[in-house]
Design a protein around this ligand. Structure first.
Ligand SMILES: Nc1ncnc2c1ncn2[C@@H]1O[C@H](COP(=O)(O)OP(=O)(O)O)[C@@H](O)[C@H]1O
Ligand SMILES: [Mg+2]
Length: 325
């Protein structure tokens, strides 16, 4: 049984001019210890997918269809207090801006020790303050904060952006979640430290056998980190499969376009090659395949029928090129 199963997840925003469907029947799974990359241009629905799983959709956004199961249990319509407990203990989160997670009024040591002490299961022995402090120093050390025994008493504003995100990783992992949802965890950071943070996240989650949903708009990050990848476009999954297969032989023309936009290692900071055109707005979705107006391989069928995920070599792609009827 997969750790997380998302089936036909549909998210809608009612507006005065009608209902906007922001996610349309998203289906994906994540196994224990696995890293699933979720990639796609801005506005594809990556953050909404993460928010829906965590029970953090902001009203009036709502889950209008489908199921989310975690450890075999439905979690898509849990009461808020049960969802909050699940988020504290079993599902961790890392957001783009570490300052949304860190409390500016408390030292990083206090935030780590409180997290460890409140997320312990009732069966655990209470963690003494001294033991919690020792463990907090060990966590800071593991995530690469220099002189951890001194830095533990620092406030968030006394750290650099990269160090803050290291603390956020420690804070997320010290509760020992089974699943970590990381939404663009390096996007706000200096380019020179992004790779360090991604490497750290990968190493730490592997050591703790944490499953990860890693949301990013950077296919290069996915290539270096993920086991499998889901490519999203306009609220749908365009392609999903093992990362090597998707990179070697992308089955969806949109994935192929994203692949062409990976900057080479030497030219990290250079402007990416973009796919021509823009993603359609939610209130102006084209008929047929939502990518067809930008697709270099468009043909008649694409303009009328919406393709579902179809087997395409070692991956699955929602593209009529792979229909054999
Ligand atoms: N509160 C909201 N009200 C209406 N539309 C929203 C809201 N939040 C997100 N959306 C829309 O949902 C789509 C997906 O957004 P999001 O998941 O944030 O994209 P991504 O994280 O891939 O950049 C976008 O078209 C966005 O405009
Ligand atoms: Mg986002």
């Amino acid at each position: 049984m997969p750790l997380l199963e998302v089936d036909d997840l549909t998210v809608e925003f009612p507006t005065r001019r009608g209902v906007l469907r922001a996610l349309d029947r998203i289906a994906l799974t994540i196994d224990s210890g696995e890293v699933l990359g979720v990639v796609g241009e801005s506005g594809a629905g990556k953050s909404l997918t993460g928010a829906a799983i965590m029970g953090l959709l902001e009203p009036p956004g709502r889950i209008a269809g489908g199921e989310i199961r975690f450890e075999g249990q439905r979690i898509d319509h849990l009461p808020p207090d049960r969802m909050r407990r699940l988020r504290g203990r079993r599902i961790g989160m890392i957001f783009q801006d570490p300052l949304t997670t860190l409390n500016p009024l408390y030292t990083i040591g206090r935030q780590l020790t409180e997290t460890m002490q409140t997320h312990m299961r009732p069966s655990d022995m209470r963690l003494s303050d001294a033991a919690a402090r020792r463990q907090a120093i060990a966590w800071l050390d593991q995530v690469g904060i220099p002189a951890a025994a001194q830095r533990i008493d620092a406030y968030p504003h006394e750290l650099s952006g990269g160090q803050r995100q290291r603390v956020v990783i420690a804070l997320a992992l010290c509760a020992e979640p089974a699943l970590l949802i990381a939404d663009e965890p390096t996007t706000a950071l200096d380019v020179s430290i992004q790779a360090h943070i991604i490497t750290l996240l990968k190493r730490m989650t592997r050591e703790h056998n944490t499953a990860v949903m890693l949301v990013t708009h950077d296919m290069g990050v996915i290539a270096e980190t993920a086991d499998r990848v889901a490519v999203m476009y306009a609220g749908r999954i365009a392609e999903i499969g093992p990362v090597r297969a998707v990179i070697r032989a992308p089955a969806h023309p949109y994935t192929a376009g994203l692949m062409a936009s990976i900057p080479s290692l030497e030219h990290r900071a250079e402007r990416l090659r973009q796919i021509d055109g823009a993603m359609p707005r939610l209130d102006a979705m084209p008929a047929g395949c939502r990518f067809h107006p930008r697709c270099p391989r468009v043909f008649d069928r694409c303009t009328t029928g919406q393709p579902e995920l179809l087997p395409a070599g070692a991956t699955q792609a929602a593209c009529w090129l792979h229909a054999h009827d």
